[in-house]
Design a protein around this ligand. Sequence first.
Ligand code: ARG
Length: 590
Amino acid sequence: MFQTEQQTIEARIKAFCTANGIPLSVLEWKPIPFSGEWGMSTSFFAVAAAEARLGKKIDVAQRAQEIAEQVQSQVSGVPGLSHAEAVKGYLNLFFDTQEYTRRVVETVLDQKDRFGSGPATGQRVMIEFSHPNTHKAFHVGHLRGTILGDAICRILEFAGYDVVRANYPGDMGLHVIKWLWGYLKFHNGEEPSADITKWMGEIYAEASKRLEEDPDLETEVRSVYARWDKREPQIVALWERTREWSLEGFRQMYAALDVRFDVYYFNSQEEKSGKEIVEELVRRGIATDERSQGGAVIVKIDEVLGLAKEQFHTAVVLRSDGTALYATEDLALALHKFSDYPDLAKSLYLVDVRQSLHFTQIFKILEIAGHEQARKSGHISYELVTLPGNVVMSSREGTVVLLEDLLREATTRARAEAHKKNPSLTEAQLESVAKAVGLGALKYPMLARENTKMVTFDWKTALDFNGQASPYIQYAHVRCNSILRKAGVDITNLPPSAFDHSLEPAEVELIDWLSRFPSEVQRAAAEYKPLAIANIAYNTAKAFAGFYDACPVVQASPEIRAARLRMVAAVKQTLANSLALLGITAPEVM
Ligand code: ARG
């Protein structure tokens, strides 16, 4: 916001230091935490220490303060600054509050939907997320990974990365064989209509239940597996057809959630190269083949690394019967991603916390085998979702909440709430509000929590118009919109305002949140943490509510009115930008 001034100041400080033989190399600025005034500060300890190293007999702290004081006199009179102070070796510069306010508002209005975005980093990052299993249901647990992954991608893109969104559906494995058996035995010839994923999940659940009731049926399942193993055309064709049903169901759900992918990988396609990698590991003595003794192929990672203490444990990389495991396929997948995208700076997997050890092992094994790409691969873990009363989701106990049901319920509930709040909405408006608010209610709770903490999902909190929830933030956006509409002026035709009225504390607080948005975007990107955006969106909405109560806009005197209208437009834009990063629609009315 004050780049030009910062450059002027740095130039003056450097010129002063050069003229006086002070060995200053770099100046690092940090924002001063807001306390009624904004500012930035830098310190002179490093340069004082450098002088000491050059042989000067000095007290570093005292010398730092001395330099700060000398430099202070150099920076006075720079426009936009209100005052400077030298304290304990630091130089603190304070911005003129009205000038700062003006710049924040004008920057937002100038950059519009790019406000908060970062410069292109030139780095490409792959995020793999969602990865549901075909032939199974999609429940609220998968929802968290899907929503979180989507938000992380949006944030990274906005922060300046080139993002590749990858999906990796589990399309083959024992669960699929079980499904095929259940279908052939109890539902042969049937086809899904609406709610495909739910229907697929029901067949899977039924197959599991029947097998539990009568374990003798396992022999039939094994024979389906044998037929698959021989690639019997009928079974392969059935697998292909039914797999496509699931994939179509997923596509429909992603469309409903407004989530997209750039590339799909499938575990069935990693089987063969996974086995080849394992063979190579055995040949090179990294993996131990215990199959002749009835065991599996394993990698004793700690032993291979010569570690005395257990750290990576032993990984099983191929079954005793030679069939591929989840791990076999992940060894191949990790390399496959880099052969498709050789310039990936990072290849990240957003998978729940239960798989932490699995990924540590996969990447370590590849690293041992000399695949340097593995060092660029990493796991971002997240915790599970529970229901109120500590009910953990389980398909066997019927406590799974399916996405189809959840989406419908969200829209119905949001519709009722919206109608109650604003009975004058037309049918068409009500419909789009219900969609926006319903989806926001599902997404926000998944994001407004540390990734590594459990989410407890309940409707009351999710649809709260008064607390930290999506409808509250969306409503703030709508309010901004209605103020601007009522004012009846086109904000883009108003000249920039001076903001030379005496600013109310509520205005200053609001500006503080707006000005923090760009750095929160960077932080959220660096830490893969949509929570930072969920929080600032809420805090901005809350500060806006404070402003709305304390500061008349339309009724204010003409000059204040113009300035505040621009401020409201800037709030509206910032709220819209932050909601967009969370994948939530910012409605114009509700
Ligand atoms: N489909 C797997 C599951 O449901 C998750 C896949 C995670 N990604 C991976 N590359 N292993 O557990």
